[in-house]
Write a protein that binds this ligand. Structure first.
Ligand code: ATP
Ligand code: MG
Length: 350
């Protein structure tokens, strides 16, 4: 059984609350499965920025790089101008650690309420792989003219074979371990240049993975298929912007913000993968104990899976799913138990 170095970024708001719950689950998983972790807390986020003006100092990057995985809570604060922490810490970290893809499972666990009438867990078990480094997120563009009525804003989307190839190749390999179906989601009929590149990468790689069936769905059609026929999908690969949108829709199917987990994966050993619940710092409920820790605990399960602790990953996921099925509500006061108590129930189940 392994020994793993783990960097922990609790962050702001409910971030430290859900991270504490996840770490208690990690303690229990270590005891039961006989592996160990050495944890280093890295303080990043609003408090550090407000005290020192620091966003992502070099020594923090070096510390993160020296670990095997990063557990991230949430970063954000109403006291900081929107955009500063997102660009200065979160996006900067994704770039520094070459977190090439964002992995988001969309899995409805038994007994978890979903707003989609008639949806069953058997029909909702897919994974979205979002390209995490380029597309419309490269921040290239210009305002050609300002002011009405002549204003013109140009926003560029950059798509390289390199980034599409590594995301699609990862997705094929993931599909091989699952139900062997890969769907490309794009808008090739309108975004013809980028669309052609993505389609050609899928076609090129499909020859290397003949056991995986491939399929293509426009992003608008995806927004219709995902809530109505999610069983159609196994692994969905998509670009940065479409992935951002489609994964939020996916989170709704599976029970919402408090439940959804994600991984920002480094695929070539040049950086460290980071695992985080998809929710933010939720300043409105911070300090009350109303945050659901399931998203953080399920993110821990994803981390354990990539660290090679597959058995522990499956057990943590099963324990979280089992406790979720018993909660009267997935968030807030109606959850009927505090963040810590829900975390403790997951520990007991383990
Ligand atoms: P940030 O700026 O950091 O993204 P935010 O205000 O956008 O923070 P989110 O975490 O994105 O907050 O979530 C929006 C709302 O959903 C929160 O205000 C909160 O009420 C609710 N919420 C989010 N996460 C959870 C959770 N784990 N448990 C319960 N409720 C949550
Ligand atoms: Mg938010």
């Amino acid at each position: 059984m392994g020994h793993h170095r783990l960097a922990v970024i609790p962050g702001d708001g409910i971030g430290p609350e859900v991270t504490d719950a996840a770490l208690a689950v990690l303690d229990a998983a270590e005891q039961r499965f006989g592996f160990s972790t050495e944890r280093t807390t890295v303080s990043l986020g609003a408090d550090r920025y407000l005290e020192s003006g620091e966003l992502l100092p070099d020594e923090a990057v070096a510390e993160l790089r020296s670990n095997d995985a990063i557990l991230f809570g949430a970063i954000g604060s109403p006291k900081v101008t929107p955009g500063i922490l997102e660009h200065g810490v979160i996006l900067a970290m994704r770039a520094a650690m070459t977190q090439a893809v964002n992995l988001r499972p969309v899995r409805l666990y038994p007994g978890v309420p979903t707003p989609i009438a008639g949806l069953t867990p058997q029909r909702c078990d897919l994974v979205v792989v979002r390209e995490n480094s380029e597309g419309a997120y490269v921040g290239r563009g210009s305002t050609v003219h300002r002011g009405t009525p002549a204003a013109v804003a140009v926003q560029e989307s950059v798509n390289t074979w390199y980034a599409a190839h590594r995301a699609v190749d990862f997705s094929f390999r993931l599909a091989q371990q699952r139900r062997k179906k890969l769907t490309l989601c794009h808008k090739t009929n309108v975004l013809v240049e980028a669309g052609r590149l993505w389609l050609s990468v899928v076609e090129e790689l499909s020859a290397q993975y003949p056991d995986v069936e491939t399929d293509y769905v426009h992003v608008d059609a995806m927004c219709m298929h995902l809530p109505t026929t999610p069983e159609r999908f196994d692994v969905v690969v998509t670009d940065n912007l479409f992935g951002d949108i489609v994964t939020d829709l996916g989170a709704v199917l599976a029970g919402g913000l408090g439940v959804a987990a994600s991984g920002n994966l480094n695929l070539d050993g040049s950086g460290t993968s980071m695992f985080e619940p998809i929710h933010g710092s939720a300043p409105d409920i911070a300090g009350r104990g109303w945050a659901n820790p399931a998203g953080a605990v399920l993110s821990l399960a994803l981390a354990l899976g990539t660290l090679g602790e597959g058995e522990a990953a499956a057990a943590v996921e099963a324990a979280a799913a089992s406790v979720l099925s018993e909660l009267p509500a997935l968030a807030g006061e109606a959850m009927g138990a505090t963040t810590e108590v829900v975390g403790q129930r997951i520990v007991d189940r383990l």
